[in-house]
Design a protein around this ligand. Structure first.
Ligand SMILES: C[S@@+](CC[C@H](N)C(=O)[O-])C[C@H]1O[C@@H](n2cnc3c(N)ncnc32)[C@H](O)[C@@H]1O
Length: 207
């Protein structure tokens, strides 16, 4: 979505994905499939996942292009009494990650990658993967299904369709990552019929 619209949404409302730290991420941390280290939360929004990770011993940086989201995230972190670095930046802009220094042990993407259009997805990976250390992990939650005719139309008109198609994540990360786990779920919601969670580990040559 357009940055200005997204910012207005955060500024004057509460987007529907602001639901506190998300179960899908918490379960991986609680099971120690994700262990404390330096974490970068891509499209951190109001910061609930970033704050959860900080409370579990991660050193967290959250990046988002919506300053209104970051203002709320900073206030929440302060109320929670944890230190999280929140940075304004555009994941799809080569200069957007200026000031963020790797290496990170974990990249967390909860529902951001699937919001990007195809060109932004490629640029985002070009920007963030060099920040991950060899052996580092990527946690990704995304909407995932084969786009229906109206979603293909929306995608053609506005660029991003809001979901990844089955197989896309494997293709985009192929060779550079080991796929440790993928959990796919169907829902009973017409608009969001399925979700997926990926956990991947960077091979030595992930760059
Ligand atoms: C669906 S929301 C998810 C937010 C958060 N991860 C959560 O789970 O609450 C996607 C987030 O990505 C941010 N975003 C979208 N495109 C972005 C971009 N190109 N660069 C940085 N942030 C972006 C949006 O502002 C929004 O906060």
């Amino acid at each position: 979505m357009n940055r200005a619209l997204m910012n207005l949404w955060y500024r004057f409302g509460t987007p529907p994905w602001v639901l506190g730290p998300r179960e899908e991420l918490m379960s991986f941390v609680q099971a120690r499939a994700l262990r404390p280290g330096r974490a970068l939360d891509l499209g951190c929004g109001e910061g609930d996942n970033a704050i959860f990770l900080a409370q579990r011993g991660f050193e967290v940086t959250g990046i988002d292009f919506a300053p209104a989201a970051l203002a709320k995230a900073r206030a929440k972190a302060e109320r929670a009494g944890v230190a999280v670095r929140f940075v304004e930046g555009d994941l799809a802009d080569p200069a957007g990650l200026r000031g963020i220094e790797g290496p990170f042990d974990v990249l967390v993407d909860f529902g951001t990658f699937d919001d990007l259009d195809a060109r932004q997805r490629a640029r985002c990976l070009d920007n963030v993967l060099p920040l991950l250390r060899p052996g580092g992990r990527v946690f990704m939650f995304c909407f995932e299904w084969q786009p229906r005719w109206w979603e293909r139309l929306v995608g053609a008109l506005v660029g991003a369709a809001g979901m990844v198609r089955p197989g896309e994540i494997e293709e985009r990360f192929a060779g550079r990552f080991r796929l440790d786990c993928v959990e796919r779920k169907r829902t009973d919601r017409t608009l969001i019929p399925a979700t997926a969670v990926y956990l991947m580990t960077a091979r030595e040559n992930a760059r």
